[in-house]
Unconditional design. Structure first.
Length: 211
């Protein structure tokens, strides 16, 4: 049997990493962060336990990468769903609704993610986060920003703040109120994106855990 090519090995590594990220999202959503072990994640992913440490320096890093992957895939599905559009205002509305939808629909997962960002480990720079950042920046560009380098970090901060507000224990703010504030800031009509109660193709605005 001839040895596998470098491209085949790279694809196998990519799939293995993806399985670990997906297993992390599923288990933390089901059991919570503390009750989920790295061994549980490896078992759910069907991977050797040593592979978790090979790809990720720790559980918190793994969780942030997994949630950034989920956010990227959810946002991408929202932006690309039918009917396809290149209208920057519609794309901005879809982006806002996608992130608010995750916060409202996956509270355990997103609260754990936000707690990790505020912990000593801080914000993790990873390939999944970078893909999410590029997609959000593209949305800012499509919206017509004259200065994406300044406006992208502001959008990111506003969305993170809205997620915190939705998930605040004991004093959560309604997603509809936060949506209204964000839509006002960006001059968006309420009917754009996924208005509360709407059911667009693909379930944008609902909690989804892409495979």
């Amino acid at each position: 049997m001839s040895p596998r090519s470098a491209s085949v090995n790279e694809e196998l590594r990519r799939r293995s990493r993806e399985r670990l990220l997906q297993a992390t999202v599923e288990l933390v959503a089901e059991r919570g962060y503390e009750a989920t072990t790295l061994a549980d994640i490896a078992d759910r992913a069907g991977s050797a336990r040593g592979l978790v440490s090979y790809y990720f320096p720790g559980k918190r890093h793994l969780l942030q990468s997994a949630v950034h992957r989920l956010m990227h895939r959810t946002l991408e599905a929202a932006l690309r769903r039918e009917p396809a559009t290149d209208d920057g205002r519609e794309l901005m509305a879809r982006a806002i609704d996608a992130i608010l939808g995750l916060a409202a629909g996956s509270p355990v997962l997103m609260r754990t993610h936000m707690a990790g960002i505020l912990a000593a480990e801080g914000f993790v720079q990873c390939p999944e986060q970078q893909r999410l950042a590029r997609l959000l920046r593209e949305t800012v560009v499509a919206y017509g920003s004259p200065d994406p380098d300044s406006d992208y970090p502001m959008l990111r901060a506003l969305l993170m703040g809205a997620v915190f507000a939705v998930l605040m224990p004991g004093a959560p703010m309604p997603p509809e109120r936060l949506r209204a504030e964000l839509f006002t800031r960006y001059g968006l009509d309420w009917e754009l994106g996924v208005p509360p109660g709407g059911e667009p193709p693909g379930g944008t605005g609902q909690s989804i855990v892409p495979q």
